[in-house]
Design a protein around this ligand. Structure first.
Ligand SMILES: [Zn+2]
Ligand SMILES: [Zn+2]
Length: 339
């Protein structure tokens, strides 16, 4: 028995087959899955009375870009332009040089997706409201991408102060820059390289293997698979992939949105139960606007804040994760959530 234990505790170096990044799985540090459970990340000290998201209709009428109820009484979700945008929808200008540096105007879109209830988070939404959340992401994704100055539409969500959220009230962000972000470009380049060599989508290959192997699968429904990636950069990292090949999130079919919403809610419910409401970030990776990206496979990545990246991770880009992805998946599979 001792040799079995030792074998399991030897650290491993694993490579992400898409980006080629290496990670260290160092279970020898002795952390068991339940040890990642901490203090709940939900921001508790922000009261409804002083919340800027309580009445988006009266305060921000001109900047509303999506709402699910025309009467404006029974709304459950709206999208507004961010009052303090990181990027602004202004006319693009040429990149200019200043000594060794390149600069351009911060052109693009920055919107906020706001759910109605001050005290509900994504795992608490009704199935219908979770589907409306996905519908809003998707409609805004397609609409913003039509803009000439936009090259990429990035949908993200922060939960808890440790994940960078400053407000308690459930909201996601859509940031659409005029260039393709570096990490996305790397992921696109790698999948293109694999495709041109093997005439196959690397993500479809991974999905097929994961669904057969089952060790890292957390949950699945008819259309989506939820699993812990083989070379997780962060303990309890979770990926959600459409089972059928689709290169752009904009191609998500209306009838499949409920399945994506279900997969997202299940993943977040399980995280909350298993790790006592950890802080997390999630985002969608999808194809950029220009070029042919049929080789790409859009997906969502969820990163719970199970550790802080320190000097080693920042300096090397080679993270150390203290739980085996198979053990993390097993722990999450076992987390009991409502049907
Ligand atoms: Zn609120
Ligand atoms: Zn694929």
């Amino acid at each position: 028995m001792a040799s079995e234990k030792n074998k399991k505790d030897i650290s491993e170096i694993r490579q992400d087959p898409v980006k080629g990044e290496w990670v260290i799985i160092a279970t020898a540090r002795g952390k068991r899955p339940h040890a990642f459970s901490g203090t709940p990340a939900t921001i508790a000290d922000q009261k409804k009375e002083s919340c800027p998201f309580e009445d988006p209709f009266s305060e921000r009428e001109p900047s509303l870009v999506f709402w699910n109820d025309k009467s404006k009484k029974d709304w459950s979700l709206v999208v507004i332009q961010n009052k303090f945008p990181a990027l602004e929808p202004v006319k693009a200008e040429k990149i200019r040089k200043e000594g060794p540096y390149h600069i351009a105007k911060g052109v693009g879109f920055h919107e906020l997706v706001i759910a109605r209830d001050h005290d509900k988070f994504i795992p608490d939404l009704s199935k219908k409201d979770a589907e409306i959340l996905v519908l809003a992401y998707n409609q805004r994704y397609r609409e913003i991408l039509k803009n000439r100055s936009v090259e990429y539409v990035f949908i993200l969500h922060n939960h808890g102060r440790d994940a960078g959220a400053s407000l308690r009230h459930l909201h996601s962000q859509i940031i659409a820059p005029s260039v393709v972000p570096t990490d996305v470009q790397r992921s696109i380049d790698a999948s293109e390289k694999y495709f041109s060599k093997n005439k196959k989508c690397i993500h479809c290959k991974i999905l097929k293997y994961e669904l057969k192997d089952k060790k890292r699968v957390v949950y699945q429904n008819k259309k989506f698979a939820v699993f812990v990636p083989f070379a997780s950069k962060m303990a309890f990292e979770i990926n959600i992939f459409p089972k059928e090949h689709e290169d752009s999130f904009g191609d998500l079919k209306r009838e499949d949105m409920k399945f994506f919403a279900d997969a997202l809610q299940k993943a977040l419910q399980k995280l909350r139960v298993a790790l006592n409401d950890p802080a997390f970030n999630f985002f969608i990776h999808s194809s950029p606007k220009s070029g042919n990206h049929k080789h790409y496979h859009w997906h969502m990545e969820i990163f719970p804040k199970t550790s802080v990246w320190a000097g080693y991770e920042i300096g090397t880009g080679m993270p150390i994760s203290a739980v085996r992805p198979e053990d993390a998946a097993k722990f999450l599979r076992g987390a009991k959530v409502q049907g």
